[in-house]
Design a protein around this ligand. Structure first.
Ligand code: GLA
Length: 737
């Protein structure tokens, strides 16, 4: 890792990549020279300013041609570059022109903190006090001299990672107010190399499905305007060389460390160049920057891999495990939990929960999580959000009594809350109807019969924090599932003036982050699992606060294969909330073997979501084996390198993925035969990530060969016998001998 300033250029090197920026012409245009595999030179000719010179100092007659072709590092708007800019403003006179030119730089060890936002960090800031890899940063200072607006382009690299972290800070140094109407966190231009665009598409119960398409001329984008990262699109995109595989091909990944509205866009131009950008979605965004104020845009983590998608995934997993997730749980085994949602929905009481806890304890389950329905008069999803007082008709004796009893049984206790919401039928709403977002004189849009609290108002934020704190302090609560079950719309805030209503989306996100920051500060040992109608807020931003996120409300083992494949494209397995649930599955009605449900959940945090007192005895009898399996493998799953071997999404027959320990001494692969195939005896599987020179014992293989060299296993492959039936699965455990 190194950052150097040579001549008028900046070279940011990680172990295997180089990123090069150069300043061109007397006016100080900041150009993007190169990003890719590590190189020694600074190929400034890639800026093409000497060809057919349009460069303003030599040919101001064709300034427009220069502006519209120059490969920019942070493009402005309305001054000759017709490609979409990374920043847009409205100045005091109503003009929208803006462009930044170079002023200076600073290279330093470490990394500056961004205010109020989730962010990557050097390891020593980890909550568990561990020290780790160092960082190096570059700040490029630029300004729009006409507007007196300053930009700080920020870059950080870590010594143990090939990722590049980018973000931008805008400072209004003029004596006038200005409106920011668009601010991307990262943008750069490069020659098109026949890339395709890989994004993660979804819906409720089928989040993060991989979707790859050609990049045609014009703009191709995904985004969210829902006030959260969303079920539908994901704050991620990758430019993927055509025909790339898990091992081969050039891939540029962009992952946004933010949980609100986002835009991820590529623009292919008339000259076959590509402008890629990522940041807060400009739709609905208008931020007043008063004289002297600054705006900090969230970070984008960019990863380049010239060895396909697999290497990109492993780079993101390591980056997020080492430099984003702070929870002390990140390096610890998570307690195996049982959640009562699919077991009881709203129909439970103290005795029912204690029955579940007693039975769970016998099978090695370690924590009971009480889901929705314990507060106010919430017997269905029509009321009581905001009234965070215990429903004593259901929980006779109160919350502390229940928690104490659960603890006596020998289980930890966790609870569900949805702090950002307010039901129209709640005491809170009756007292403060104006605390919900609403556009005056319009019928407010209900969703799941609830509204969103206007957390941009300090009094609402304080009230919400006090509610959370009161609940968590009232008993020995060791886990919180923080849910968010509707998206934002109808944005109107009584706390903001008419010029500032366009700030709501981002201010809302800052408020949620503020609440979660208070939470992890005040309750540092609490295990926080974020959730949003399943996995609608599964994003890097939330991982900064909680080490795990509920992946999807779809707990069907087969549906989970695709959901977890897309999620693991970016996120470590240890962050994916995954549970064994009952059958027929409550979302799709599918019946899968209990064993397969366990194997699939093992690729996540692992837990149960069923009524353990009611499931078939033969299933219940398998739980002790499954909890033992979790303890045997979880540190490997949590810390190992992830390899995707085969995808049911592509082959329609089977799925195979696994983890290999960092020292390559142990590996665990999961094979799921989704569909049985007639007249087919065994399947050849070539595993990956092993030490070719080392010999491995294949435990429980059932195959002829049990000790083989890593090279044999990877090049010749191993045979998996037909498992007879649909939805069957098998673990392949390898130990170096
Ligand atoms: C969301 C969550 C579920 C459950 C319900 C409760 O849908 O994803 O797991 O907690 O809310 O209402």
């Amino acid at each position: 890792m190194n950052i150097t300033h040579i001549g008028n250029a900046f070279k940011i090197d990680t172990k295997e990549t180089s990123y090069i920026i150069a300043v061109a012409d007397e006016e100080g245009f900041i150009g993007h020279v190169y990003y890719g595999p590590k190189i020694e030179d600074i190929p400034e000719y890639l800026l093409r300013i000497n060809e057919n010179p349009f460069i303003p100092s030599r040919n101001n007659r064709d300034r427009g041609s220069f502006m519209d072709t120059f490969p920019c590092e942070f493009p402005g708007n309305g001054l000759g570059d017709y490609r979409e800019g990374a920043i847009e403003v409205i100045d005091g006179d109503g003009h929208r022109a803006v462009n930044f030119t170079y002023d200076g730089f600073r290279i330093f060890d470490g990394k500056e903190k961004i205010t109020g936002l989730p962010q990557t960090f050097e390891n020593e800031r980890s909550l568990d006090g561990k020290t780790g890899a160092k960082a190096k940063s570059l700040e490029i200072y630029a300004s729009d001299k006409t507007l007196n607006l300053k930009a700080v382009l920020r870059y950080t690299v870590f010594e143990d990672s090939d990722a590049l972290i980018r973000s931008v800070k805008i400072i209004n140094e003029s004596d006038k107010n200005i409106f920011l109407t668009k601010i991307m966190s990262a943008s750069f231009d490069m020659d098109s190399e026949d890339f395709e665009l890989l994004t993660l598409h979804g819906s409720w119960a089928r989040e993060r499905q991989m979707d790859q398409r050609a990049i045609g001329y014009g703009k191709t984008s995904v985004g969210s305007v829902k006030g959260e990262s969303s079920h539908q699109e994901h704050p991620f995109m990758a430019l993927v060389e055509k025909n790339s595989t898990q091992e081969k091909g050039r891939v540029y990944g962009f992952s946004f460390i933010y949980s609100g509205n986002f835009l991820a866009q590529v623009e292919k131009t008339q000259f076959d160049s590509i402008r890629a950008m990522m940041g807060i979605n400009p739709i609905g965004f208008k931020w007043e920057l008063k004289s002297g104020e600054s705006f900090e845009a969230p970070e984008v983590a960019i990863v380049f891999s010239n060895e396909g998608l697999g290497k990109m995934s492993r780079a993101y997993h390591d980056l997020y495990r080492n430099h984003l997730i702070r929870s002390p749980y990140k390096d610890k085994e998570r307690p195996i939990l049982i959640n009562n949602w699919e077991a009881t929905y709203f129909d439970f009481n103290t005795e029912k929960l204690l029955d579940i806890a007693r039975e769970a304890k016998k099978s090695g389950i370690e924590m009971l999580v009480m889901d929705d329905g314990w507060f106010g008069k919430r017997n269905d999803d029509n009321s009581s959000l905001g009234d965070w007082n215990v429903n004593e008709e259901k929980l006779q004796g109160g919350l502390k009594h229940l928690v104490d009893e659960v603890n006596k049984i020998g289980l930890k206790f966790g609870i569900w809350m949805e702090p950002e919401m307010i039901s129209p039928d709640s005491d809170l709403y009756r007292a403060h109807p104006d605390w919900a977002f609403a556009v005056p004189n319009r019928v407010p849009t209900r969703s799941r019969n609830q509204f969103v609290l206007d957390l941009t108002r300090p009094e609402v934020l304080e009230h919400t924090w006090n509610s959370i704190k009161t609940v968590l302090s009232s008993a020995n609560i060791e886990y919180l599932k923080w849910d968010m079950n509707r998206q934002l719309t109808d944005l109107g805030s009584l706390g903001l003036g008419k010029e500032n209503q366009g700030e709501i989306f981002h201010r809302y996100m800052l408020a949620v982050y503020e609440l979660q920051e208070r939470l992890v500060t005040e309750f540092p040992n609490l295990l926080l699992e974020n959730c949003s109608g399943g996995g609608a807020r599964f994003d890097p931003g939330m991982l900064y606060y909680g080490p795990q996120i509920w992946c999807s409300d779809d707990t069907d083992a087969i549906e989970r294969l695709g959901i977890q494949e897309g999620t693991a494209l970016i996120y470590p397995l240890s962050s994916m909330g995954a549970h064994v649930s009952d059958c027929p599955n409550h979302t799709v009605g599918r019946v899968t073997p209990f064993e397969t449900r366990g194997h699939v959940a093992l690729a996540g945090t692992f837990g149960y979501e069923l009524d353990i007192t009611k499931i078939p005895e033969e299933d219940r009898n398998m739980i002790p084996q499954q909890t033992a399996m979790y303890h045997k493998y979880h540190s490997l799953v949590r810390s190992g390198d992830y390899y995707r071997i085969a995808s049911y999404r592509e082959n329609r027959f089977y799925d195979c993925y696994g983890v290999v320990s960092k020292d390559k001494s142990e590996a665990l692969f999961t094979f799921v035969q989704v569909v049985g195939r007639p007249n087919y005896h065994s399947r050849l599987i070539k595993l990956a990530g092993l030490d070719p020179e080392a010999k491995y014992r294949i435990e429980d293989s059932g195959d002829d060969a049990t000790e083989l060299y890593g090279r044999t296993i990877m090049e010749a492959g191993i045979l998996i016998q037909n498992l007879w039936g649909d939805y069957k699965s098998k673990l392949i455990h390898l130990v170096r001998v």
